[in-house]
Design a protein around this ligand. Structure first.
Ligand code: ATP
Length: 504
């Protein structure tokens, strides 16, 4: 099915998020939509999916103008959306989830579990998805859950499929698998819209690229364009794609972690036998496939895990057993991997989010009174410095685009007086121009003498920031190696193999 968007305009108050955007996606084409954070990509897709009504413009499918009043209409017309945050019911099986999706749209065969099972098997076999209809969703790896989302869309005969930053939550291997799936869907004649910030992925699968900036189409690019060309087109200026970083000026060992062990309430061990140190002025970057104990390690450092044994000493003070509040007050900055649940309060304004954990301290509160002037100046400065694209500091954080929400969290944490920075996936969902800025800020934090722990599933990010790399596998340290360690060796370590010479 051919999709045309003709002159779509969508305004939020005085902000024009989409400004006369036109786009054509042919059947059997993967069309990448590129643009910096807040450019208007998700808004455009929400218009296409019937979630927002366009102020102007038309959605045309196979030369017929559509009038969607909600996602039900869009689905019935053949549009499927694979969201980054899955819309699945975790305790239900795959077949039950697919059945429920269809019930909502009143498709034939709705509420017939056996029919739904067969449909899952049929689609799964056709596209090589390897999904068992009877698996319970919450027990499946993230990459497979995403395939369930795709099956849901395909079971409703979707001909146009929208993927909005689908790889942000995937491991490198799952990402490769998804690229393969997208190619197969294309071979089957689907029209695909693919939104991503990762230029490697764009060049790997795109047939066509449309770049939007500040709500407008700024041009089309060829898939053969270089990273630098694509980045410059998105951001509107040349972008430095490598981090400038001098040799570290190392101080004393500020963070000393000894024999750390983290178990969950069911007794499963997530982190075991972990000992490492970080010096002042040093970045230790943790590499590993997602789910190998990184989340639990960072949460233990912040006091967010209940069953922790061993020792975490920061500047001579023991952190194990202390509350999150005490740990934050001790000067630990934390960029959590999931900004929506742990990093931000959506209905609160940007300014309020900037002072979330400082609302009881000077200079924002003096003699029990909130200093609105101080807060306003501080928030305005941060907004500008971190290039958060928002109408103003009183905009609710939940209304920001994904990448801009991330920038709010990073700005808040890096602007505190820090004794340790723990940054998990610091640039998730962030555009190339802002990645450059955030990396520069993390390096500046290290150069000011702060020990930094970075956790990232992006090997590029680990290598760019690290003074030393620590590889985790199944909750254990495989080795601690220098940043110039060959990628093949790091890749091997991420599967649990220890090369000769690596310090355990
Ligand atoms: N519900 C809303 N109310 C008000 N403003 C909104 C709303 N949704 C989005 N916006 C604004 O519209 C603009 C475009 O946001 P959008 O989410 O479409 O960007 P994006 O290109 O998808 O960005 P990212 O790459 O960060 O996900 C942003 O300035 C955003 O703050």
């Amino acid at each position: 099915m051919k999709l045309e968007l003709r002159g779509i305009t969508k305004r939020f108050g005085t902000l024009t998020a989409n400004d006369r955007i036109s786009l054509t996606v042919e059947p059997g084409e993967i069309h990448c939509l590129l643009g910096e954070n807040g450019a208007g990509k998700s808004t455009l897709m929400n218009v296409l999916y019937g979630l927002y009504r366009a102020d102007e413009g038309e959605i045309v499918l196979n030369d017929e103008v559509q009038h969607f009043t909600g996602p039900g209409d869009a689905m019935a017309a053949g549009i499927g959306m694979v969201h980054q945050h899955f819309m699945l019911i975790p305790v239900f099986t795959v077949a039950e989830n697919v059945m429920l999706g269809n019930e909502a749209t009143g498709f034939a065969g709705s509420l017939d579990l056996e029919a739904s099972r067969q449909r899952v098997v049929e689609i799964s076999e056709r596209f090589g998805f390897h999904v068992n209809p009877d698996s319970v969703v919450e027990e499946l790896p993230v990459g497979v859950q995403q395939r369930v989302e795709i099956i849901k869309a395909l079971s409703r005969d979707a001909e146009v499929l929208v993927f909005d930053e689908p790889t942000a939550v995937l491991t490198p291997q799952e990402t490769d698998e998804l690229m393969g799936i997208m190619r197969q869907l294309k071979e089957a004649g689907k029209a695909i819209v693919f939104i991503t910030h990762k230029l490697r992925e764009v060049r790997e699968v795109a047939d066509k690229i449309t770049v939007i900036r500040l709500g407008k189409v700024v041009g089309e690019a060829e898939p053969t364009a270089s990273n630098k060309e694509l980045a410059a087109m998105m951001v509107g200026r040349p972008v430095e794609l490598t981090v400038r970083k001098g040799p570290p000026k190392l101080g004393d060992e500020a963070l000393i972690v000894t024999d750390l062990r983290v178990i969950d309430h069911l007794g499963h061990v997530h982190v075991d036998d972990i000992s490492f140190t970080i010096k002042r002025g040093e970045v230790l970057a943790v590499a590993g496939v997602q789910g190998n104990g990184q989340t639990e390690l960072t949460e233990a450092l912040l006091g967010l895990q209940d069953h922790v044994t061993g020792s975490i000493e920061l500047d001579g003070h023991q952190l194990v057993g202390r509350s999150v509040r005490q740990i934050l007050d001790a000067g630990v900055g934390f960029i959590p991997e999931d900004r929506q649940t742990d990093g931000l309060v959506g209905p609160m304004t940007i300014a309020e989010n900037f002072m979330l954990d400082r609302s009881h301290t000077e200079p924002f509160v003096r003699r029990g009174t909130l200093q609105l002037d101080t807060l306003e100046k501080f928030a305005t400065k941060l907004l500008k410095q971190y290039d958060v694209r928002a109408p103003g500091i009183t905009t609710p954080a939940g209304q920001l685009s994904g990448g801009n929400q991330q920038k709010v969290v990073v700005a808040r944490e890096l602007s505190r007086d820090l004794r340790l920075l723990v940054a998990a996936q610091p640039t998730r969902g962030v555009d190339v121009g802002s990645i450059e800025f955030i990396h520069t800020q993390i390096v500046a934090t290290r150069d000011s003498g702060v020990p930094v722990l970075v956790v990232s599933t992006e090997l590029d990010e680990v290598v760019a920031l690290a003074d030393r790399i620590m590889v985790l596998y199944r909750g254990h340290i495989v080795g601690i190696v220098p940043p110039d360690t060959p990628r093949e060796v790091l890749g091997l370590m991420m599967t649990g193999e220890r090369p000769e010479g690596a310090v355990a």
